[in-house]
Design a protein around this ligand. Structure first.
Ligand SMILES: Cc1cc2nc3c(=O)[nH]c(=O)nc-3n(C[C@H](O)[C@H](O)[C@H](O)COP(=O)(O)OP(=O)(O)OC[C@H]3O[C@@H](n4cnc5c(N)ncnc54)[C@H](O)[C@@H]3O)c2cc1C
Length: 408
């Protein structure tokens, strides 16, 4: 008789696990609470789906996952994920190592996974929310609000708390796993932007520019990143902020404890910047301060900096003391913004924390009950932006799928 594998959650990890389990000879059922499979997956990579990265290293994951990640990467790396998608008919392309489907469409990836599930005869039950999993003899009963499904092994792939409302990311898996006795590490939104006081950045809303951002907890540097920062009327985000969020989020919970320092001239060393200021000051003449700064930086950034210094842009340059001009220009290298809170799970791309890896074997099964498996973001694994979180979904999905089907 075929081994019956039940999968709670039909997202990236759940669909991948289902395909590998079915290819390994199991009879597979996915129970998905949404009305479609892969809702979040279809939104990834700004709709383009950055599905893995050729530069795959354990150091791009959270410290508590790193020690074991090397072994997992060895068993299922970026090339394995690329080959998997090729087997589904999805050709990928590399943009500096960042891997996307050639179609440039995340929906291509979702459709290919769905077609393979169909081809393999995987049953999908839609719009049922898994509530609990219990053991009965050698079997497991997956209970939803409407039904009970008996299986020989069960994979929990219900994802995290991150994503917009329509993804139904409500973190159900944390409760299901804790009921089974697993330890859950505190969760935080990560790959997320931060709220700050409106009067600090409002005039610069809409600005996107290359910056080096250094994050301080008191006087201690806790993260530094470089890339395109985005400012809205009351949030600071963009890739460097999101990348750093994984390291700083727990400190931001203390309102105002973390300060972001923006350097709008990240390519300049101290000497080069001093020379640039000299060059600028040689231009001091009849013009107003606003006009003078136009040649230096974005007008919205100028307005923000002058507003924060409570200076009028109408002042004539010839009337401003050199030391004051120096002081204004120095702000472009070290503009401090206090972070008040994170922008929330709905705005985040990944959840930090989750099911402790201490409870999970190398094949993704629960140490105290080898018929239960956990995959994807529900686990205490979070990666940088760049395809690392989906890579983890494919890797953990594959290992769980094959093992749940009774293969190694
Ligand atoms: C906007 C955005 C962009 C992103 N872009 C990228 C990217 O380009 N590259 C990258 O690597 N990562 C990206 N990520 C992260 C990536 O999408 C996730 O890490 C990945 O989808 C996690 O896979 P998963 O299967 O664990 O969870 P999910 O994909 O969230 O799947 C979980 C599934 O379980 C279902 N479910 C939940 N609870 C229940 C229940 N009780 N019963 C039944 N079903 C349930 C959900 O409806 C969902 O279908 C992005 C995330 C977001 C939010």
């Amino acid at each position: 008789m075929k081994r019956r594998v039940g999968i709670a959650g039909g997202g990236a990890a759940g669909m991948c696990a289902a395909i590998y389990a079915a290819r390994s000879g199991a009879e597979v059922t996915i129970i998905e609470k949404n009305d479609c499979l892969g809702k979040k997956l279809s939104m990834t990579g700004n709709g383009r789906c950055n599905l893995t990265n050729l530069d795959l290293k354990s150091e791009y994951y959270n410290p508590s996952a790193r020690r074991r990640m090397d072994g997992w990467i060895e068993r299922y790396g970026a090339v394995d994920a690329i080959d998997f998608f090729r087997s589904l008919g999805v050709i990928t392309r590399s943009e500096d190592g960042y891997i996307y489907p050639v179609s440039g469409q995340a929906q291509t990836v979702v459709n290919a996974l769905k077609n393979e599930l169909k081809r393999l005869g995987v049953t999908v039950i839609y719009k049922e929310q898994v509530k609990s999993i219990r053991r009965e003899g050698d079997c497991y009963i997956i209970k939803t609000s409407e039904s009970e499904t008996e299986v020989d092994s069960c994979i929990i792939s219900t994802g995290s708390l991150s994503g917009v409302k329509s993804t139904l990311s409500t973190g159900d898996g944390y409760y299901i796993c804790s009921q089974l006795g697993m330890n859950i590490k505190d969760t935080y939104p990560a790959l997320v932007g931060f709220k700050c006081a409106q009067d600090e950045i409002m005039p610069a809303q809409g600005v996107r520019c290359d910056c080096r951002v250094t994050f301080y907890l008191g006087k201690e540097v806790i993260a530094t990143e470089r890339g395109e920062v985005q400012l809205t009327k009351d949030t600071v985000s963009g890739i460097p902020v999101m990348q750093a969020s994984r390291d700083i989020i727990q400190y931001v919970k203390n309102e105002g404890a973390v300060t972001a320092e923006l350097d709008f001239f990240p390519d300049y060393g101290d000497k080069e910047f001093a020379d640039l200021k000299e060059d600028m000051m040689a231009l001091s003449d009849e013009r107003s301060l606003s006009e003078f700064l136009l040649g230096f930086s974005n007008s919205n950034i100028n307005e923000m900096i002058l507003g924060r210094m409570k200076l009028s842009g109408d002042m004539k340059m010839k009337n401003i003391h050199r030391s004051m001009i120096n002081c204004i220009l120095d702000n472009y290298r070290a503009l401090k913004i206090k972070l008040l809170s994170d922008s929330g799970y709905a705005a985040s791309q990944v959840t930090k924390g989750g099911v402790s890896l201490g409870d999970i074997t190398d094949d993704m099964s629960y140490k105290n009950d080898p018929g239960i498996f956990v995959t994807g973001e529900l686990l205490d694994v979070d990666g940088r932006c760049g395809g690392y979180n989906l890579q983890w979904a494919w890797c953990s999905g594959k290992l769980a799928g094959v093992a749940a089907a009774g293969q190694k």
